[in-house]
Design a protein around this ligand. Structure first.
Ligand SMILES: NC(=O)c1ccc[n+]([C@@H]2O[C@H](COP(=O)([O-])OP(=O)(O)OC[C@H]3O[C@@H](n4cnc5c(N)ncnc54)[C@H](OP(=O)(O)O)[C@@H]3O)[C@@H](O)[C@H]2O)c1
Length: 289
């Protein structure tokens, strides 16, 4: 009997790569997302071990219906990969509160909602694995990434608390932190930044610089399989780590983050992102800095 795993956000990028990778490794995969048409492309892969499931993680009814569809097959999920995510980028000052809400509704409350829906069957079985997809941004917050980075900081906290709560019941919880990965996510982030570069936007000059730096990140990054490998390890290791970093080279910045004083880290960010070239002066709503 194949172990069953539910992956959210499986219609693209990392989630899709995880679905294919895990199905080839013998898992029965429930691949969930809003775009069912995209999920249907996965149906014939790995001997038909991938089943598409419509799910919007921001919607109670949609999540309940999806879990009902899975369990009505008599399936008890062994694994949950909380991967669905969006990225809202832009200055904290000018990012509308509705956009902050959209960020947290998916990355934080969506993750908690699906976890709550799956935990009763895992507790009843006395076994199960939950793998949350965080980000390097869950430890290191770049400028103009406040909404996204803070949502991933929240995922770090949720993961730590959950791991400690459910360990006595035989359940294991891990966090996988990707760095830049080459998926459509980068386009979404670039579009999100674009809105803040218009003439008259108070941070336009700085956002343009940051956007140019950010544009180089995703196309030159590794593909999503590097994350799928870490997810597989978290689902199958006898004693999984609490955190995996993918690719592993990103451990460097994470270690530095803990060692360097904030003032030094701030200077490194300024250099990396080109913000050091921006003249320090009061900005009275002009966008020419
Ligand atoms: N790519 C990177 O560089 C990177 C780095 C660090 C962390 N991450 C994290 O990795 C995860 C996946 O990102 P990715 O790079 O694979 O991005 P992606 O290619 O844009 O995929 C995002 C997935 O999330 C799904 N999704 C978004 N909102 C949803 C909702 N309300 N309900 C259900 N599914 C939803 C999308 O499916 P539908 O639109 O069909 O619903 C899609 O399948 C995210 O949590 C992201 O924060 C990515």
């Amino acid at each position: 009997m194949h172990q069953s795993v539910l992956i959210t956000g499986a219609s693209s990028g990392i989630g899709e790569a995880c679905a294919i990778f895990l199905a080839h490794k013998g898992f029965r995969v429930y691949a969930a997302a809003r775009r069912l048409d995209k999920l249907r492309n996965l149906e014939g892969i790995a001997g038909g071990r991938i089943t598409p499931v419509a799910m919007d993680v921001t919607d109670d009814e949609s999540v309940a219906d999806a879990i009902e569809t899975i369990t009505s097959d008599g399936v008890s999920l062994y694994g949950l990969v909380n991967n669905a995510g969006v990225s809202v980028m832009g200055p904290i000052e000018t990012t509308p509160i509705e956009e902050w809400r959209r960020q947290y509704e998916t990355n934080v409350f969506g993750l908690v909602r699906v976890t709550q829906a799956v935990l009763p069957m895992m507790r009843a079985a006395g076994r199960g694995r939950i793998v949350n997809i965080g980000s390097i941004a869950g430890r290191i917050a770049a400028p103009f990434q406040g909404a996204y980075a803070s949502s991933k900081h929240a995922v770090e906290g949720v993961t730590d608390a959950l791991r400690r709560e459910v360990e006595p019941m035989g359940l294991k919880v891990s966090l996988v932190r990707p760095g830049f990965i080459n998926t459509p996510f980068g386009h979404q982030e670039q579009e999100s930044l674009e809105a803040h570069t218009a003439e008259g936007e108070p941070y336009a000059g700085a956002v343009r610089k940051f956007k140019a730096w950010h544009a180089k990140g995703h196309p030159n990054a590794p593909g999503p399989n590097v994350v799928a490998e870490a997810v597989h390890a978290a689902l199958t290791a006898e004693h999984p780590y609490s955190r995996y970093t993918a690719p592993a080279k990103n451990l460097g910045p994470l270690v530095m983050r803990n060692l360097l004083p904030s003032a030094v880290a701030d200077r490194i960010f300024k250099r990396l992102t080109g913000l050091a070239d921006i003249e320090k002066k009061p900005n009275l709503g002009k966008s020419d800095n």
